[in-house]
Design a protein around this ligand. Structure first.
Ligand code: HEM
Length: 219
């Protein structure tokens, strides 16, 4: 097997793992939409539960390794593709053959990385490495940190931009993974497409609703 093929398979596998993470992350975050008091109790308990669980710690390490590997393989594949098609196009007719987001995966990936850096600095880092206020149950009050962040409209806009970039990235990822994994039968390709659109629609809409809802209902 050629090394580019191995890199593409590893991208598909790490991408698949990240897709599962997104489902679990979204389900956990949907607790933020509960009535305020209930949301606070349940979200802070959930964050405390995650931080004390050894299995979750292992998954967290796997998650960070997957994100890093996904980025490194993406860079290697992009550089190899650039080397292979070194010549410039006289007429740029690429728009007729592929979608704009497929040709801009590097740009979308960089936007998502920027979003992730802001996101992890403001929530994950705060929770793990700073002394947060304690809630009535005796747990770190991550809920109030999240709510305060979404009070600012520009912060909500950063999230919406990051999540839209993630949506296009996911769409392309699904179709490219189908090719890498050798799904060529038109019946299965159609199924893959429908699933890709459904998954992407639910994940992006779910993540977008959270900051918008909190911003609009915050007192
Ligand atoms: C409304 C949207 C989102 C909210 C409210 C949210 C909330 C949070 C919070 C509170 C944490 C810290 C939890 C902890 O460490 O226990 C966290 C961690 C994290 N989030 Fe998000 N998140 C959102 C969207 C996203 C998106 C779209 C991505 C991916 C592109 C993402 C990726 C991550 C990652 C990788 C972590 C670190 C995971 C861990 O160590 O457990 N999040 N998020």
């Amino acid at each position: 097997m050629k090394s580019t093929q191995i890199q593409k398979i590893l991208m598909a596998l790490t991408g698949f793992f990240l897709c599962i993470f997104l489902v679990i992350h979204l389900l956990g975050n949907l607790q933020l939409l509960l009535p305020a008091e209930k949301a606070k109790t349940s979200f802070n308990w959930y964050s405390h539960f995650l931080s004390g669980n050894i299995l979750i710690k292992i998954i967290e390490i796997l998650l960070f390794v997957s994100v890093a590997a996904h980025i490194v393989y993406a860079l290697i594949l992009t550089l190899n593709a650039k080397k292979a098609n070194g010549q410039k196009y006289v007429y740029d007719r690429r728009g007729t053959a592929s979608k704009w987001y497929s040709r801009n995966m590097g740009m979308l990936g960089s936007l998502i990385l920027l979003f992730l850096i802001i996101h992890l600095k403001d929530f994950w880092y705060q929770y793990k490495f700073t002394d947060l206020p304690i809630d009535e149950q005796g747990y770190k009050d991550l809920y109030s940190i999240v709510i305060e962040a979404y009070r600012q409209w520009w912060y909500v806009l950063i999230y919406l931009a990051g999540i839209v970039a993630l949506g296009f990235h996911l769409l392309h990822g699904f179709f490219s993974a189908a090719r890498t994994l050798g799904v060529y039968n038109p019946k299965y390709v159609k199924g893959f497409r429908i699933f890709g659109w459904l998954y992407t629609g639910i994940i992006t809409a779910g993540f977008m609703i959270i900051p918008v809802y909190i911003h609009l209902t915050i007192i």
